[in-house]
Design a protein around this ligand. Sequence first.
Ligand code: NOJ
Length: 544
Amino acid sequence: MPNDTKNKYFWWQTGVIYQIYPRSFMDSDGDGIGDLNGIIQRLDYLADTIGVDAIWLSPIFPSPMHDFGYDISDYRGIHPMFGSMNDFDRLLKETHGRGMKLLLDLVPNHTSDEHPWFLESRSSRENPKRDWYIWRDPSPDGGVPNNWLSHFGGPAWTFDEKTGQYYLHQFVRQQPDLNYRHPEVLPAMVEAMRFWLDKGVDGFRVDVISKMMKDPLFRDEPPDPAWNGVRPYLSLLHTYTSNMQDVHPVIHEMRKVLDLYDDRMMVGEIYLPNADLVKYYGTPEKRECHLPFNFQLIAAPWEATLVRKMVDDYEAALPPDAWPNWVLGNHDRHRLATRVTPAQARVANMMLLTLRGTPTCYYGDELGMENVPIPPEYVQDPPAVNQPEIAHIVGRDPERTPMQWDDSPHAGFSSPDAKRPWLPVADNYKMVNVESQLKDKKSFLNFFRTLTDYRNISPALKFGSYRSFDLGSAEATGHCFVYERKAEKEHLLVALNFSGQEQKLGLPFSGTGKILLSTTMNRTGDVDLSGLTLQPNEGCLIFL
Ligand code: NOJ
């Protein structure tokens, strides 16, 4: 861990992680769906143009695609739609050849219902793999065994006619949950991990890691008194299906596997409050995730005081040797630029790339891509299909649309004569695309690139300390988030204006500072710190 060995930091601490949703990044064969060769074609973009350090790929394994790859039917293969194992080997080699790392998505909580393990399990009650999954008798009235709900609508139980029992699935019914109380299940998943680690992948993003253990007594979950009546899944508190304390030893076992190899890492998908979240780092004796994803900002209202409080609270909650991380976008949440407004999207990215800890950036957020409205006939995401009345809230298609590379038909995601992309391309692609932004010195993309450049050369940004400040007036403190990043020989200030009005900061510093970068990209150079004013929606990186 970082603090044991002074000045030794790992790639997953100092680097920027970039999430690729492979179906939507680059289609090399014209079938309208992105693929591995497409990603290979764009590696120079990742390494040189935007300067990220590691790529995380959402699932690329064989899958019937009921949840777009998060329903895996073979943990050691590549879906032919994405390419072949040779293509994967080449991708890994070419990624490493450019000095970047590659993370895969490990989905241990559930398999596809077409996975051979489940086919065996459901074949009879006597099958040796029966208890690899979670089967329960119907309740006395013949209904579901308890009140547990699927994230994607409806009960978390599906009845199997042939064997007369229900099986558990926390997501779609084609995603049965594995039973980690059966002694053979974890070793089987560990074999899958080792298959990829032996190939040289640098680690895993682990899907719903905190949901791998369920209450052995199958108690009903209590109602959530704070439910707003919108999303059925949120009507219950998930006391018995999430964050069960006996998940920690399971994660520690997974960590031990990674530690058999050099320099690998595991980042866990966990949506929990700080006090619970930090437990997923494990203890110095029993390590767990290198990084438990910190998602608080992905759901937070975009208000300076609130965001500052979240950052400060998270910093305070971290155990001494735990490394922080930040996420502002992913394939499950509405686009960053849509959530915070396009006017604030640069401010948000400046924050992501200057807070203390590892940033994860979702593909397209470096261009300011926005949610794309999906016409009803295009809607494909299961939570939206299953719950049409709240599709606009729970549907994830809008943030999964094709990457906008240029202004040609299909936005350069596939060739002009290719099949229609699997999701519609954003209407704004002729304006918002990589090629046109590269030509514009002040574009979002060039702004993002400048930030990654600073991160790469700045000890303060990579591993300096963090402290936030009150400002000269309640007005400024309420609308701006200002913090320092400090290393032995470098002192930086980040000043972010969350409002659409000019703000005079009243900084607790005097003398002259130097603006290294403004989100507007129209000012640099010396400023009088005591009189510093931020333009509407402006963020500045300042050298003190
Ligand atoms: C979390 C993933 O991020 C999401 O996309 C998926 O639908 C569920 N887990 C189920 O695997």
